[in-house]
Design a protein. Structure first.
Length: 163
């Protein structure tokens, strides 16, 4: 899987309440939830991005509660994937479970706001077209790729049952 997009940069320890503030947790429609993506940091984030853009962050992205609303708001907003130095483990798993590609890159802090990057999840690389640099990521294991390709864990299970 290859994803190309413009980078929106965030720092360390971005928690789930910053990704989707608690006052929006009663929103049940994914399209409505998307409007509040990253509202704890930037109220107008969802209006600034373009479908296919990429979030790049520092250490411990998605820390805090285990709410699935956080990755769902990111995916529904149109963000194609999230790259960070590190993730809270439950957030990482929640992303895969809903089919949002995500990967750790120890050099993510070198990527800048507005850079255009190409992520190859199969080869395990990020090419920063703006800076002319290449960074390594751990390639997606085949089963994780299948889950993301199926749109998430529920789609993956449905495909397995149909087979």
């Amino acid at each position: 899987m290859i994803i190309k997009g413009k980078v929106w940069k965030f720092g360390n320890n971005i928690n789930t309440d910053e990704i989707i503030p608690a006052k929006y947790l009663n929103v049940s429609d994914a399209d409505e939830l998307a409007k509040y993506c990253m509202a704890g940091i930037d109220q107008k984030f969802s209006l600034k991005i373009s479908r296919g853009d990429i979030i790049v962050a520092g250490k411990n992205f998605g820390c805090g509660s285990s709410r699935e609303h956080a990755p769902l708001s990111i995916k529904s907003c149109g963000i194609a994937c999230v790259i960070a130095v590190s993730f809270a483990r439950i957030f990482f798993r929640n992303c895969i479970n809903i089919g949002l590609p995500i990967s750790e890159c120890k050099d993510a802090d070198r990527i800048k706001q507005g850079d255009v990057i190409v992520i190859d999840f199969t080869a395990g690389s990020i090419q920063d077209l703006t800076q002319g640099k290449i960074y390594r990521i751990i390639p997606f294991p085949a089963f994780m790729q299948e889950i993301v390709d199926a749109g998430g864990l529920m789609g993956y299970v449905a495909r397995k049952i149909r087979k």
